[in-house]
Design a protein around this ligand. Structure first.
Ligand code: KPL
Length: 298
């Protein structure tokens, strides 16, 4: 499918961490560029399959030969200081698919008015191992959901997703609002608690810190309701199910803590706490974890 005057679309993935490499692998049929700090080759293990990826790579300060039509935002929040100027400079009119954890993408990209943002979610679980060479291991392909936008570039993505079996699914913008909050609530429990417990996701429900999951969910659900967002009443089960589906994964927050990197706590529990404060809804458990995790690196 060639909707841009006969030229095939160019897709750029921003982020060379676990998720950037993962999407480079999953979308390899359309030859995405990858932009970020760590140059290829990237080694990967996908259950029985081993592969080495060598996509076209640009560092943050390199100028690509042309503007990409579609940008997949797969970077961590700590790299947004690189990603936003890159988009502004090289892809300001592009269709940006965010598959980042946490909230605040709209606000972060608001200064680039000509782009179209499709903020989606993914439960893909990938662990990064960079001791000898950049490598990832895919623990679970999860689910990837995107909002319907009616943008012609989305049409191409749908064709590609169908042809190449990316297993991306599209949902109405309204449904996506709730789904993003559901993923936020799942991350607000699993990520900081595994980071503190220093355990894979699947071990968390047997750890004493798991007792914090109930107050975290109750507070998060109150904030969501305060914002008028419908949340299903079986969230506790959904969080537990995600720990099982990603049992062998090391959560992205624990990977950050182990590597001494800044975590995404501001965009996850910090986001819920800030929204709670604006609405006058107390969120003591989120506040406590926001502070604790922030201090881990201070
Ligand atoms: O989103 C994740 C993360 O680690 O950030 C999950 C899906 C929980 C996988 O670990």
């Amino acid at each position: 499918m060639e909707p841009t005057g006969g030229k095939p679309l160019t897709l750029a993935i921003l982020g060379t961490g676990a998720m950037g490499r993962y999407w480079t692998y999953r979308l390899r049929a359309v030859h995405p560029w990858i932009v970020g700090e760590v140059p290829p080759p990237y080694h990967l293990k996908d259950h029985g399959v081993q592969d080495v990826l060598a996509p076209r790579h640009f560092s943050w300060d390199e100028t690509p030969p042309r503007a990409p039509d579609v940008v997949v935002l797969a970077t961590k929040w700590r790299r947004m200081g690189c990603a936003i100027p890159w988009i502004r400079q090289h892809a300001s009119g592009s269709f940006v698919v965010s598959l980042m954890n946490g909230m605040g993408q709209e606000e972060a990209l608001a200064g680039i008015p000509s782009l179209v943002l499709a903020a989606g979610i993914t439960t893909a679980a990938v662990t990064r191992f960079d001791q000898t060479t950049p490598a990832i291991e895919i623990r679970s392909p999860g689910e990837t959901l995107l909002p319907e936008t009616r943008d012609p570039r989305e049409h191409v993505l749908r064709e590609w997703a169908h042809t190449h079996q990316w297993e991306w699914q599209w949902r109405s913008a309204e449904e996506m609002r709730s789904l993003r909050w559901q993923k936020l609530l799942q991350n607000s429990v699993i990520n900081p608690l595994t980071a503190l417990a220093d355990c894979p996701n699947g071990d968390l429900p047997r750890h004493p810190l798991w007792s914090l999951s109930a107050p975290l969910l109750a507070e998060g659900e109150s904030v969501a309701h305060g914002l008028g967002i419908a949340i299903p009443d079986d969230m506790a089960m959904r969080v537990h199910a995600l720990t099982e589906a990603t049992a062998h994964n090391i959560s992205s927050m624990l990977q950050d803590v182990r590597e001494g990197n800044a975590t995404e706590i501001d965009a996850i529990n910090g986001y819920i706490a800030r929204k709670g404060q604006t609405l006058g809804i107390p969120t003591p458990a989120h506040q406590a974890l926001w502070q604790l995790i922030s201090q881990l690196r201070a």
